[in-house]
Design a protein around this ligand. Structure first.
Ligand code: SF4
Ligand code: SF4
Length: 478
């Protein structure tokens, strides 16, 4: 039963937290108000949570003023106002992942794309033409101001595929000119192995990229255990050579490290590597992007590394001076980004609300070598998830069973009343679908990550003056 006091109800959208420094916080996750409160207010708030009616008037005034106690109409208006603002910028950025090939020169032990059939491997020139035509249709008459192309794989830099790669780059340059009213960015993910070949003979093509992301598996030992050639030999030295060569040519490079509970300490090895090679003194070295390993229901990957776990681990590494935080970007923190916006934006511009878990089917698409379009990169190549095609003709299907964008804070029962509703907005839909046994709408359960724990971890880090650097380099905020 809803609890009312002075005709006001206690909002769902708050977080109460006592930090390890004994500071007491109330955060209104709808208005964005952050209050560090005294003991008496903290105790009175706890009384309200417990349904007690006998509360000091001063405390009541404070809770009403800061909208912890509110009425339904005001709350409804606040949500609508935030949703209108959200819709205005929702379509401003488009991210296109283009899988030029599924083929690869490594056989990493943890490869995501082992399920892909042989025979659908590399895009043909005609498919690249069709892909650009489809993208032109996607952006036609739309409000998108920025388009990021992410050249993906497989391994995009295979010498044997160089003609098709160059064809893509020529067509990309033309597309950019034809759509010069938009901002464009081209990035790519590579293992770096064959990069030196391209530097020697085709450096101008490499200069088309705004930045190149090269994956490193941590220390030499760990890297060589997982990122192996078909003959089981490790690829570490080739990767380091690739990075060095790109930096010598002043081509912007990000390292990429996939972190988990068991390897996070290897950030210290990467830190030492960067210093040893003096990469940090090179203006085209952009740093190391740290992402998280997520199981997303995948058989064989049992470990999911949560945002709060990464925050606590990174705080410890920074405190112990094992890593220099300025060298790392913890980009893969979907909810932390929104929490930081809530905490750091000025009161008059608290523009942090999210209404969808992510931008799949809204502002990101993945184009694969078989001519299909998928809603997001982890789902690419899993046929049950394709949402359209660009070859032999362009079409985007209506949503099947309302299983993607339908799953937002307005429709998911669990999320409607969650204190983190406008910071998490329903979680990863791909992960939820991977864990479902039957894809009926009524069976959908969000893959809930207990997001309030991320706020606690964030507050603990801030109280130690630790800033977990977290800036967007690929996606833009929804
Ligand atoms: S997925 Fe979980 S944390 Fe996220 S909004 Fe829904 S209930 Fe809240
Ligand atoms: S559905 Fe999940 S995996 Fe796909 S883009 Fe969204 S958050 Fe990422």
């Amino acid at each position: 039963m809803m609890y009312y006091i002075n005709k006001m109800k206690l909002t769902n959208y708050y977080i109460k937290y006592k930090s390890s420094h004994n500071n007491k916080y109330l955060v209104n996750t709808l208005t964005g108000k952050i209050n560090v409160i005294q003991d008496n207010l903290y105790e009175d708030f706890t009384r309200i949570e417990n349904g007690e009616l006998n509360i000091h008037n001063k405390s009541l005034d404070f809770f009403i003023q800061n909208q912890y106690l509110c009425n339904d109409r005001d709350e409804f208006n606040l949500i609508n106002f935030a949703f209108e603002k959200f819709q205005k910028h929702i379509q401003k950025h488009l991210a296109i992942f283009l899988y030029i090939t599924y083929d690869c020169n490594l056989m990493c032990t943890y490869c995501n794309y082992k399920y892909i059939d042989e025979g659908k491997n590399t895009m043909s020139e005609i498919k690249i033409d069709y892909a650009f035509e489809a993208i032109a249709k996607l952006i036609k008459d739309s409000e998108q101001e920025e388009i990021t192309f992410i050249l993906f794989g497989g391994e995009p830099f295979l010498n044997k595929n160089k003609e098709i790669l160059f064809s893509f780059l020529d067509k990309y340059s033309r597309f950019k000119l034809q759509n010069s009213s938009k901002k464009h960015k081209l990035i790519t993910f590579t293992n770096g192995i064959e990069i030196p070949l391209f530097i020697t003979k085709h450096i101008d093509y490499l200069r088309i990229f705004d930045s190149i992301y090269i994956t490193l598996g941590g220390s030499k030992l760990s890297h060589n255990r997982a990122r192996i050639f078909p003959n089981n030999k490790g690829s570490y030295d080739f990767v380091i050579n690739g990075v060095n060569k790109l930096l010598t040519e002043n081509i912007p490079v990000w390292l990429v490290f996939n972190s988990s509970k068991s390897n996070v300490n290897e950030l210290a090895d990467i830190n030492s590597l960067i210093k040893l090679n003096k990469w940090d003194q090179c203006c085209s070295f952009l740093g190391c992007c740290v992402s998280r390993i997520k199981s997303r229901g995948m058989i064989g990957i049992i470990e999911t590394y949560t945002e709060q776990e990464l925050i606590y681990d990174v705080s410890r590494l920074i405190e112990e001076k094992q890593i220099d935080q300025s060298l790392f970007n913890f980009e893969d923190m979907r909810i932390l980004k929104n929490i930081e916006r809530l905490f750091l934006l000025p009161d008059e511009n608290k523009d942090f609300h999210q209404f969808y878990g992510c931008g799949n089917r809204i502002n990101q698409y993945s184009f694969t070598p078989d001519g299909k379009i998928y809603p997001c990169s982890p789902s690419a190549g899993k046929e049950k998830y394709f949402i359209g095609e660009f070859y032999p003709s362009f079409s985007i299907k209506n949503e099947h069973g309302h299983l993607w964008t339908y799953n937002n804070v307005f429709h998911l029962e669990k999320c409607k009343t969650c204190s983190m509703a406008f910071l998490c907005a329903g979680g990863c839909q791909y992960s939820a679908r991977e864990k479902m046994h039957n894809e009926k709408k009524e069976n959908y359960i969000p893959d809930c990550m207990d997001a309030v724990q991320i706020v606690y971890a964030y507050i603990e880090a801030v109280e130690k003056n630790i800033n977990i650097t977290n800036s967007e380099t690929i996606y833009e905020r929804l």
